[in-house]
Design a protein around this ligand. Structure first.
Ligand SMILES: [Zn+2]
Length: 475
């Protein structure tokens, strides 16, 4: 019999990795496919799993099918290749483009971490090594093969797949798999991460095709559960955002927005442009201080086929964000330092979104002590990160080995999530043509996954199980 084994994102929201092993007709070899190949992130206990071998040799895996570019779904690919995998990696064309910037950057960070550990002698390994290098990440890009949405891709006589829209980030897909096992035909659906359902106010600034594909049907569903016990605010954040910016500028302060360089930064820039054009905020300089964010803008502009109509209209009217007046894209260290010298009100959007590193550190170190400034969070700040410390209203934070007092105003807008919340997930599931025989929940903290299981069982009457790490289920 064929089976699925959950090798990551089980009981946790990172490390997505699901192995499908087909039994194959007698005499024929089975095929082994990984859906997603993500990095474990966050606490040490999880990150250590990145060093564990898979239960089967990497060279015996025939192919990887990738749902989207986020590192918790793609970031273990260079490690898999390093361990001997040499098959094709199937993904949509925008996902491949985004991986070409995210994976080498991840390799670069791995190298920096290893170097830091060696310098401070805190690793039990001597010398500490990176999980993979920037160069290794660049090399694995040759294995990527683009597959269009809706295109049927046959991988063996028993297994074929196609991508449908997930509406989560640019290029994001769900994977429908057709599988023959034990003489029966099966349809499997792997959701990857599920975007917000179609609702303009619920996803402010969303640039790409909204909403996961509706009217699905499958025998077995493997579904994310990140927001299985939570609801996002559904009001329009624009009036509040405009008021925050106006008040800050009126008192002579600047706004610093720590934001993830890919997707979140682009969304936010479009929103600022809209607010400036409607006169809701003054036309102060906007600095996007993240080299990766600039590369991501180029990738966005290349994939117009994914844009929502209002994004297309905005670009048709105002052209590329890279040429908007007042919008500065700072690529060099010198450009970045010049922003520090500016004493006039401005808006600075910089990574990393959780203030764990990157250029945003310099901007915050300089602007946190001044009560005229505003630090605005538009994303999730994981516990233990500096972003979380600042967002929680602490009075000081450590940066560059020094204690920085927090006197600036701190605010957060929670409407920007790229994940459907519980009511939206249920709204999407109700569009299914029939209930799947079995649903497995992955990609959720235990409390979120188990609450979603209970809700789906009660409200929909579906057969739902929370997947466990390394659990094997028969198909
Ligand atoms: Zn994601």
């Amino acid at each position: 019999m064929a089976y699925i084994q959950f090798l990551g994102a089980a009981g946790v929201v990172t490390g997505s990795k699901h192995l499908i092993n087909t039994d194959g007709p007698s005499g024929k070899q089975s095929i082994q496919v990984l859906v997603d190949c993500g990095l474990f992130q966050g606490q040490k206990e999880w990150r250590e799993r990145n060093w564990a071998d898979l239960p089967i040799p990497a060279r015996e895996i025939d192919a990887v099918i990738l749902t989207h570019a986020h590192l918790d779904h793609s970031g273990w690919i260079p490690r898999l290749v390093k361990q001997g995998f040499h098959g094709p990696i199937y993904a949509t064309s925008p996902t491949i483009d985004l991986c070409s910037i995210l994976l080498p950057d991840s390799g670069h960070l791995q190298e920096e971490d290893a170097e830091f550990a060696n310098r401070h002698h805190y690793s039990k390994h001597h010398p500490a090594l990176p999980l993979y290098s920037m160069q290794e990440a660049q090399q694995c890009m040759t294995l990527f093969r683009p597959v269009s949405f809706g295109e049927d891709k046959q991988l063996s006589s028993e297994l074929s797949f196609r991508f449908v829209h997930a509406g989560h980030i640019l290029g994001s897909a769900m994977v429908e798999i057709s599988l023959t096992s034990g003489g029966n035909a099966w349809r499997l659906l792997f959701t990857g991460d599920i975007g917000r359902v179609h609702d303009n106010h619920a996803q402010p600034g969303c640039l790409v095709c909204p909403g996961p594909a509706e009217g699905e049907s499958c025998d077995l569903l493997v579904m994310e559960s990140t927001y299985g016990n939570r609801q996002h605010p559904h009001d329009d954040p624009k009036p509040e955002l405009a008021a925050f910016i106006r008040t800050t500028i009126a008192r002579g302060g600047s706004v610093v927005v720590p934001a993830f360089a890919v997707e979140r930064t682009q969304k936010f820039l479009f929103l600022l442009k809209e607010l400036m054009e409607t006169g809701e905020i003054p036309r102060v300089p906007v600095h996007t201080d993240s080299p990766m964010a600039i590369k991501a803008v180029h990738i966005f502009l290349k994939h117009e086929e994914e844009f929502k109509d209002d994004t297309k209209a905005l670009i048709a009217k105002y052209g590329s964000p890279l040429h908007w007046p007042n919008f500065h894209f700072d690529t060099t260290q010198e450009d970045s330092k010049k922003i520090n010298e500016s004493r006039y009100p401005c808006i600075i959007v910089s990574a990393s979104g959780m203030v764990t590193g990157g250029r945003v550190l310099h901007h915050l170190a300089q602007r946190l002590p001044d009560p005229r400034n505003l630090i605005l969070f538009i994303g999730f700040e994981a516990p233990g990160t500096r972003g979380n410390t600042i967002k929680n209203g602490e009075h000081e934070v450590k940066m560059f080995g020094q204690v920085v007092p927090i006197r600036a105003q701190v605010a957060a807008l929670d409407q920007f999530s790229d994940h459907a919340d519980t009511p939206e997930l249920l709204q999407w599931l109700r569009t299914f043509k029939a209930a799947p025989k079995q649903t497995y929940l992955v990609h959720g903290e235990p409390a979120a996954a188990s609450q979603l299981r209970d809700t789906m069982t009660k409200d929909l009457g579906w057969n739902v199980h929370v997947a466990a790490y390394k659990e094997k289920v028969k198909v």
